[in-house]
Every structure is written in structure tokens, then in C-alpha cells.
Design a protein around this ligand. Structure first.
Ligand code: CA
Ligand code: CA
Length: 97
């Protein structure tokens, strides 16, 4: 039966596409997806570059070297210890495109 086999194949393809689309959307929400890993590396590199005295923290003076970060320093310093950790920095840092 020609028409029936075409219909079955169409249904199968639709289901396959739906599951592919679902997998793709699930992947973009996963924390370990490649894009975010890449931007973390960029943020860490920028952090290390700005961390003039290499103590693993960004003081207000060091952060001022990056205007986008320095302008929001107090807001970014979530734990109010007066310095930015790499995590606090990474939350605000967006790599230049
Ligand atoms: Ca420092
Ligand atoms: Ca802090």
C-alpha cells in the first residue's frame, strides 16, 4: 500500500524532527554547553589580565581598568567584601565580539 507507507514515513519524520528539536533546545539550556564554557574562559582570561597583583581578586582600582566592570563594581560585588571574585566578574563580563 503505497499511500500508507508514505504516511507512516511522514509521521516518523515528524516525530524524529520533534525529538531533534527537543534535544537541541534541551542542550542550549544545559550549563555545560560549549558556548558558555568558551565565554568563561574569555572571562577568566580578562580577569587574570585585569588582576594586576595576581591575588585572584579584583580590587576596585583593578576593575576600573575595565570601564564596563568598574562602573558596576558595587553591584557586582555580591558578597560585599570589596573585591570581585572571578565568579562575580564572570557574571558581568561579556566577551568582545
Ligand atoms: Ca588583584
Ligand atoms: Ca566579592
Amino acid at each position: 500500500m503505497q499511500s500508507r507507507s508514505v504516511m507512516t514515513r511522514g509521521t516518523f519524520l515528524a516525530a524524529l524532527l520533534a525529538s531533534v528539536a527537543f534535544a537541541a533546545s534541551a542542550q542550549t539550556k544545559a550549563p555545560a554547553e560549549p558556548t558558555s564554557a568558551k565565554s568563561n574562559v574569555a572571562a577568566e582570561a580578562a580577569f587574570a589580565d585585569a588582576d594586576a597583583n595576581k591575588d585572584g581578586k579584583l580590587s576596585k582600582e583593578e576593575a576600573a581598568r575595565l570601564p564596563a566592570i568598574g562602573a558596576k563594581f558595587d553591584q557586582l560585588d555580591k558578597n560585599k567584601d570589596g573585591v570581585l571574585s572571578v565568579e562575580e566578574f564572570g557574571a558581568a563580563y561579556t566577551p568582545a565580539k
